[in-house]
Design a protein around this ligand. Structure first.
Ligand SMILES: [Zn+2]
Length: 350
């Protein structure tokens, strides 16, 4: 069997323009102008020093999702993460998620979410827990892991391809880019949507919780959404080539004018090489728009990537995703491009 071993070092973490001013990419400047004229930032959560905050004492905690309070039965014992560890959150913990909800979300949604993210997590070794994280393609011919054999104190990936032909990646050595052709493990799109919804609802200031009663109930229920073509349940995603976001960041946008026929809240979720746009659905305050006559639009959010970054590594590409399906997705193709500083290509026959 022919076996290929390949090491690559991901590039320096990208510098993100966190002020959202300055350098939007020219090709997206119109979208940028329009979006920022309609929406303002209401909340921003990022896994960095700036956004750390103290947690409430356990006895004062209330669950945002089911409203349980600290008592004999509910002790808020579990270490709930404010944003999923899967998207690279290392430090942000939650003080508003009870043990029951934590267990339910973990059991019901996180496995599908992990499968959906697939190899992307393994490539994100900056964010990986020390040692363990690994990706194996469903047919086990493609493996990504942290390279522990390399004595340098640098993050390294080892990629092994056990195939006759090299179908697993395309190397662009001149531009120091590599695209991996992977397959996602099977996942249920509906559960992935719920994982995103949970992220969205987690950044919602508490005073809005009542407006989203139905969305919270949906999150806590295993029932599927029956409206197959509801655009509110579709997500946009941008994939940017080049280095990954240094840590996950989630921004809650709120519309500036109440009477605009657009959803009140849009959530921007940035992690790995992705920026997801999620509409917070089923807001009581949006009900008046759904009279069957008014036409509600969902404005497209631009990628918040600095134009110099895009010039260096390539343009983010956007597409639309429909997670509103309750059936297992199998063998979905998943291409991942990233840049590297250096690589070593060692081929040998076994
Ligand atoms: Zn709860």
């Amino acid at each position: 069997m022919f076996r290929l071993k390949f090491s690559a070092i991901p590039g320096n973490p990208m510098k993100l323009n966190r002020e959202f001013i300055g350098n939007p990419i020219d090709e997206f400047s119109e979208m940028y102008e329009r979006f920022t004229s309609l929406y303002a930032i209401k909340n921003l959560i990022a896994d960095d020093e700036l956004h750390k905050r103290p947690l409430k004492a356990k006895k004062d905690r209330v669950c945002k999702f089911c409203k349980a309070i600290f008592n004999e039965q509910e002790k808020f014992k579990s270490k709930a993460h404010l944003l999923p560890e899967l998207i690279g959150n290392k430090n942000l913990l939650s003080d508003f998620e009870c043990d029951k909800c934590n267990n339910f979300f973990g059991r019901k949604y996180e496995n599908d979410f992990a499968n959906y993210l697939g190899a992307s997590r393994a490539f994100n070794i900056e964010n990986a827990k020390s040692g363990g994280l690994k990706f194996k393609s469903p047919d086990k011919t493609f493996i990504v892991m942290k390279d522990t054999e390399v004595p340098l104190n640098l993050p390294k990936l080892r990629i092994e391809s056990h195939e006759e032909e090299n179908n697993h990646f395309t190397l662009d050595a001149d531009n120091k880019k590599v695209t991996f052709h992977t397959t996602r493990p099977s996942y249920n799109p509906h559960n992935v949507y719920k994982a995103f919804l949970k992220i969205g609802l987690s950044v919602l200031p508490h005073e809005y919780d009542d407006d989203y009663k139905i969305a919270f109930a949906m999150l806590r229920s295993e029932k599927k959404n029956e409206e197959k073509d509801d655009p509110l349940f579709k997500l946009n995603v941008y994939v940017h080539p080049g280095p990954v976001f240094p840590s996950p960041m989630v921004i809650l946008f709120e519309k500036k004018v109440r009477t605009d026929l657009i959803p009140t809240h849009i959530v921007c979720i940035m992690f790995h090489n992705y920026t997801y746009q999620l509409v917070l659905p089923l807001n009581e305050q949006d009900k008046w728009m759904f009279d069957g006559k008014k036409i509600i639009t969902v404005p497209n959010m631009p990628p918040f990537i600095d134009k110099h970054f895009a010039a260096k590594f390539g343009m983010p590409k956007g597409h639309r995703l429909n997670f509103n399906l309750d059936e297992l997705k199998r063998n979905e193709k998943h291409d991942i491009t990233f840049s590297f500083d250096d690589y070593k290509d060692s081929r040998f026959n076994e």
